[in-house]
Design a protein around this ligand. Structure first.
Ligand code: NAI
Length: 269
């Protein structure tokens, strides 16, 4: 522990259970001295164990559907009241595809499902940024982070329409990052994380093979949710003040590896 986030305040979206990347991040932020409000969709909170996390980290919970502007406005207003002022960090750790959930192949997308998944997984990030921006809710040198996956750049067939959602999400980080940087001195980035065994991750077809393959391909092995929490803390800290509008690969080297010896050996005759 380095007290990297001492005195900093924020909002953490997306802690569903103890496997969630947001859950691990909340624990790490707490260890580093940060204070925050936890939020999730009302429906997720009925199933989730978020209360345990709130107790453990001395946090309050404010339900919000991240696609609903009224919920987001209420969340940001209340979070500033509870925390006593503007925010220094926000984590958007939200993803869901209805087509994936219903096992509908990419080539047969149902567009109602596509729109819902896009709204939850991608547009919600714009909505969060807009509410923060309009309320002037971020302190200077604050940091906003969303989580993404490399299927935004390269095709992973079973990642389905989440690939398109992630491409859109990463673009929002660049576009809003410009305005947030210019007008408010706030940074906006996405972390492109290794496959991770969480509820959302395991929803991807063939996830076991997927995660094992990524691990075999990555010189440092897959980054875990705990590793991701560490990295996010660094992006919330004052040590990365000039990093913005980036998609930052946090994947043990996977994204720059053509093939690894372990994978070659599987094909050698
Ligand atoms: P998770 O299932 O624990 O978290 C997803 C969260 O999104 C849940 O807490 C869920 O309640 C929340 N959510 C869904 N709809 C919502 C809505 N309308 N409003 C507010 N919240 C809503 O899974 P995980 O893996 O921790 O996911 C976090 C982020 O990390 C997602 O963006 C995911 O795409 C991303 N990611 C995950 C990877 C993985 O392999 N698990 C790899 C790379 C990125």
């Amino acid at each position: 522990m380095y007290n990297l986030l001492k005195g900093k305040k924020g909002i953490i979206f997306g802690a569903l259970d103890e496997n969630s990347i947001a859950w691990k991040t909340a624990e790490r932020v707490h260890e580093e001295g940060g204070k925050f409000v936890l939020t999730n969709a009302p429906v997720a909170m009925r199933m989730g164990q978020i209360k345990n996390l709130a107790e453990k980290t001395g946090s309050e919970i404010i339900p919000a559907d991240a696609t609903n502007m009224d919920d987001l406005q209420n969340l940001v207003t209340k979070a500033m009241e509870i925390l006593g002022g503007k925010l220094d960090f926000v984590l958007h750790s939200i993803g869901m595809s209805v087509n994936v959930r219903k096992n509908i192949p990419y080539t047969e997308s149902n567009y109602m499902n596509t729109e819902k998944g896009w709204d939850v997984s991608a547009l919600s990030f714009h909505k969060v940024c807009q509410v923060l921006y309009k309320n002037d809710a971020m302190n200077e040198w604050g940091s906003i982070v969303a989580l993404t996956y490399m299927a935004a750049q390269r095709t992973f067939p079973d990642y389905n329409d989440m690939a398109d959602n992630k491409a859109y999400l990463e673009s929002i980080a660049r576009s809003f990052g410009y305005f947030f940087g210019k007008d408010k001195k706030v940074r906006v980035n996405t972390i492109s994380q290794s496959p991770t065994a969480t509820t959302a991750g395991q929803g991807v077809k063939g996830f076991d093979g997927f995660i094992a393959y990524a691990d075999a391909m990555s010189p440092l092995g897959n980054a875990t949710a705990q590793d991701c929490a560490d990295y996010t803390v660094s992006l919330f800290s004052d040590l990365t003040r000039k990093v913005t509008m980036q998609n930052l690969f946090h994947d043990g080297g996977f994204s720059n590896t053509g093939v690894s010896q372990e994978v070659i050996e599987r094909f050698a005759k």
